[in-house]
Design a binder for this molecule. Sequence first.
Ligand code: ZN
Length: 346
Amino acid sequence: MKTGIIFDLRFAHHEMGTGHIESPARIRALEKIVWDSLDEKAILVSPRPATEQEISLVHLPSYIDYLKQTPAHGYTAFDPDTIAGPQTFATACLAAGAGLTAAEKILAGEIENAFALVRPPGHHAESARPMGFCFFNNLAITAEFLRQKIGLRKIMIVDWDLHHGNGTQKAFYYTPEVFFISLHQTPLFPGTGAIGEVGEKNGAGFNLNLPLKPGKKDEDYLYIFQKIIQPLADLYQPEFILVSAGFDVLSGDPLGKMELTVEGCGDLTQIILELAKKWAENRLILFLEGGYDLNLLQEGVAEVLKRLKGQLKPKIPQASCSEELCRELAPLIPLLQKYWGFILER
Ligand SMILES: [Zn+2]
């Protein structure tokens, strides 16, 4: 079985003005990484654009229309960070379609897992508004496609981007059919993602936020993956896993103060791969979100692709909880017990 690398240089067509940090150069920087990764274990997959009907699984038609009608010349600023240029609508449709393409290929048995190397990113985009460099929520559209069109009932999302995935959280806040887990630096944009945001109504307990103070290292993230996400996945038993992979968690990223290494991101990927194998028939799609140092982005994507293709470590050592991390996680313990009967082991 193979890994699908969903990639297209047209993702560089969207641009938000000179000097914007979420720039077309991010895609161009990945071209060589993609080519170097292709072998008997990985194939290049061209994305199809999502239709407006598919995008409307998550977004209001009036918003889709509005973005479609932004002028073909010049720029429309939704906020100081999120600016639609002449090619934004078409590129955002293609980015949303990348996840659908990946899902279709996986369901057809043509590939086993996939990395959608897209821009614009998606996890901040809400039903009726773009924000934080995001226009359509690529991952949420794929999750809704799997739920509404394919009939899956247990989809797990892990969002390890530096920032809280507010758009994804909002899309699934009231349903147990999508379990959203986000790790993010706090305090930071967009300001949401507190521990107490656990979902509502039938969705209560199916939204987990892990806001983390700056300076967290591989060990801290590994502990959370091994001691919280892994056992929760064993309880939930997801049918499909989707990941918002942001490389702005890497040490040295200009927007973040986390201290993950490239190898650490690889280890997180490996843990998720093991969960996908155990519960979801290997079905796993990663979506590129942030990551603003081009060299780190290249290294991070290359490492994650290696793991997806099966170049795994024999064993990832058990991480431990630093005093600081344990203190930050303490308010989570009663919630895990309340919703999952879950005891957090040191
Ligand atoms: Zn981010």
